[in-house]
Design a protein around this ligand. Sequence first.
Ligand code: IMP
Length: 346
Amino acid sequence: MIDVLIDVQRGDCGKGKLSKKLIELGKPPWHRYAAVAKYNGGGNAGHAIWIDDIKHTTHYLTSAIYVKRSHVLIGPGCVLNPEEFLKEYEKFDKIFNLSGRVFIHPYTHIITNEHIRIDDVDNKLGTTKKGIGPAYTDKYARIGIRAEQISELKPFMLADRNNLLDKYADILMEGSQGWWLDIDWGDYPYVTSSHIHPGFAFATFGLPLYFLRTIYGVCKPYETYVGSNETLLTCEEEDANIIREVGKEYGETTGRPRKIGYLDITKLATAINATGVNQLIVNKCDVLEETKIFKILYSVPERKILRYSSIDNMEHDIEAYLAKYCCSLKTIIFSSDKEGKDIILI
Ligand code: IMP
């Protein structure tokens, strides 16, 4: 069966930690997922991982690296920079012994130096400059290069691509970025160049939808964004500065300070309803418990209402609204996972 994990805001809500937790829930040596797949994006995404109190970032490797029998799959909906991928593989192979555990789909598209050069000039959208947009442009113009054409990637080619679920009984599909960066449904043009929707995981891996089991969604009780859209989030500057410092809200890939906003609960409900999330994990609650800043935005037609709430009401306010408006939602978990700490599912 297939579970999907997505971010229902704009990325950076702790998907990496959550997928690590989900994979570890199984009983060793048979962990819960035989494979954890990345189904969209490329080096623009970044998971922070902590090994012996030292922070490392992965861009292509999923949380399957943590458990011995699980495989990393990089799907045809992704774009991949071979040089960056090989560097990352070599680094984490030394720590986790990844031999025979990392596979790239032959149809995955390649990011070239020319893509990176184009992404770097005239960067009005504030992209990560990793060549993502230009690589997808070539893919859809049908002039792209696929992973099967690159000799250095041969050892990683996924051989039995047509029978994925014969080989892997349970797969966790991990979406990169977050719903409001989706190419169609995000705040266009301030979006990335791929789909975040769980349906894309199935479409791109060529799998029928009846294998879907659970959709996990992850968010924070506040919002963050990195990019050039200056009008996107609502927050007093003083509150934003405090939340940014306590939550260490700086980009994993580029180090840029993230813009901070109060929780827009109407947008959150819209994202949950569009993607069909069954289990929501509200991460980094401890950041607001420490800062004591919790304000919540409700959108009504043509205007937004900002409600000054108290941190003691945070769980109640979120739960009450989402329970009323999101019919796919079965569970909400409030979790704490400040930078460097493991996620705690309460
Ligand atoms: P691109 O994906 O590099 O083309 O960037 C497009 C927009 O998506 C920019 O605003 C980036 O900051 C944002 N973005 C891309 N990947 C991530 C991510 O993993 N987390 C948060 N924002 C991202």
